[in-house]
Design a protein around this ligand. Structure first.
Ligand code: F6P
Length: 457
């Protein structure tokens, strides 16, 4: 292969440029021309096929900096309909016109689905990304644990029937995904900041973190030492939660609770009221923290807070913070930069080797640490072809303590113990309050990249 295309699709992560960088560096070494397709699948769906040469003269363009978050080639949540053969043919024809022989996608499960129909037209591979850390399997047989059910109204639902009480960390497929570590870094720091104000004002803070149906970000939040962590995988047990909150508040006059945005109770999704669907078919989560705050206010009651003259009302004592997109942005920490670049290089190699529909993955073993591996995308699918978000395995979470279990802690340690590089802190020290920031406007990478974009016509 002499010329390949790369795109970044789905929600961004801080490590996308690092993955791109690793891929382009490998392309340089192999003498392969790398083109970036602009705005994910959106770019290839455009008749003008906006694209950028990422390595003219086999030298990586200076805008591609692995230390900067986001993606210089843009991303979108638009995908190609696999049944739309006309569009697929048109896309393939357009790519052929600029001499593209293969496609490397950087994305998650939605991107694999978007890439799938293209695999029949030319070789495609994937480098994984998602802050949610939900792309992978707790063990290789996990897709077979899903069953399909149809309700009275004919709606199809998939249910996970766990066949294993525990997992061994070395059998986890794609142990961790670039973007996750930086998201947890942001969460842990935020908890630290919210805690001191909650303590000072005798308040209960409910901090909502991203992750959709998967509780990995919430689990990692344990580094910020929240008093309780509630994950979407475990149905909320209100009497137990209220009892624990009371105990904590009586003891320390404050409490910090982290919840995954997809938490659910016996009636379903907590934040389901404002539920809508984005173009990729993903549910957009909102409102879980507010809903839990309402429930706690009702259960504890104003009197509980008035008793010790701490607050006039329960609603004044309980506040919520949704950390939102801060988890997805900014400089990636060392762990993400390093492994993202490696996974990008590996996915590029898989593409050149025509390992069609494969993805690069990371595995972990006690004696070897993290090593690169690969997986056929098909192995992520259940028997009906669905890729389910990887859930936090029950053995990683201790329901009685609302904290990671012993195995959960063992899962987190290899990722985070040395995740922050000294240079990550030096950069902060040297740049945040630089007087130059007050003078010079932020120079958007989009302006620089616009000058490099080429079109078909
Ligand atoms: O999948 C990544 C993610 O950040 C989720 O954690 C979150 O629910 C969602 O994307 C938010 O998407 P958007 O940026 O489209 O609001």
């Amino acid at each position: 292969m002499k010329r390949i295309a790369i795109l970044t699709a789905g929600g961004d992560t801080p490590a996308l440029n690092a993955t791109l960088f690793g891929a382009v560096q490998r392309a340089n070494e192999l003498g392969v021309e790398a083109y970036g397709l602009v705005k994910g699948f959106d770019g290839m769906l455009s008749e003008r096929l906006p694209h950028v040469r990422l390595n003219p003269l086999f030298t990586t363009i200076p805008e591609l900096d692995p230390c900067i978050g986001g993606t210089i080639i843009g991303a979108s949540r638009r995908y190609i309909d696999r049944d739309d053969t006309e569009t697929l043919k048109a896309v393939s024809g357009r790519l052929e016109r600029i001499g593209i022989e293969g496609l490397m996608c950087i994305g998650g499960d939605g991107t694999i689905n978007g890439m799938q129909p293209l695999c029949d037209l030319f070789p495609c591979t994937l480098a994984p990304k998602t802050i949610d850390n939900d792309l992978g399997l707790n063990h290789i047989d996990e897709p077979n644990e899903w069953i399909r059910e149809t309700d009275d109204k004919g709606a199809v639902e998939y249910r996970h029937t766990m066949s294993r009480d525990d997992v061994s960390l070395s059998e986890i497929v794609n142990y961790v995904t670039p973007g996750y570590a930086t998201a947890v870094f942001v969460v842990a720091q935020s908890i630290d900041r919210i805690r001191t104000t909650a303590e000072s004002h005798r308040r209960i803070a409910i901090i909502e973190v991203m992750g959709r149906d998967s509780g990995y970000i919430a689990l990692g939040a344990a580094y910020g030492q929240p008093d309780m962590i509630l994950i979407p995988e475990v149905e909320l047990d209100y009497p137990k939660i209220v009892e624990r909150v009371r105990h904590l508040y009586d003891l320390q006059k404050s409490a910090v609770i982290v919840i995954g945005e997809g938490v659910r109770d016996a009636d379903g999704q907590l934040g389901a009221k404002s539920r809508s669907v984005d173009p990729a078919g993903n549910v957009i989560f909102s409102g879980a923290a507010e809903r839990l705050a309402d429930i706690l206010s009702q259960e504890l009651g104003d009197g509980y807070f008035q008793k010790n003259k701490r607050h006039d009302t329960a609603s004044a004592a309980i506040f919520t913070r949704k950390l939102g997109h801060t988890q997805r942005g900014g400089r990636p920490i060392l762990f993400d930069r390093f492994h993202a670049a490696q996974l990008g290089g590996k996915a590029l190699e898989l593409l050149i080797g025509e390992r069609n529909n494969y993805l690069s993955t990371l595995k972990w073993k006690e004696d070897a640490g993290f090593t690169l591996s690969e997986l056929s995308a098909n192995q992520l699918r259940d028997r009906w072809g669905i890729i389910h978000a990887r859930e936090v395995h029950p053995s990683l979470y201790d329901e009685s303590r609302f904290q990671p279990s012993k195995l959960g802690r063992a899962y987190l340690e290899p990722i985070f113990t040395r995740a922050i590089g000294h240079e990550d802190l030096e950069v902060l020290h040297d740049t945040l309050f630089s007087p130059g920031n007050l003078v010079t406007r932020h120079q958007s990478v989009n302006v620089a990249m616009q000058k490099r974009i080429q079109y078909l016509d």
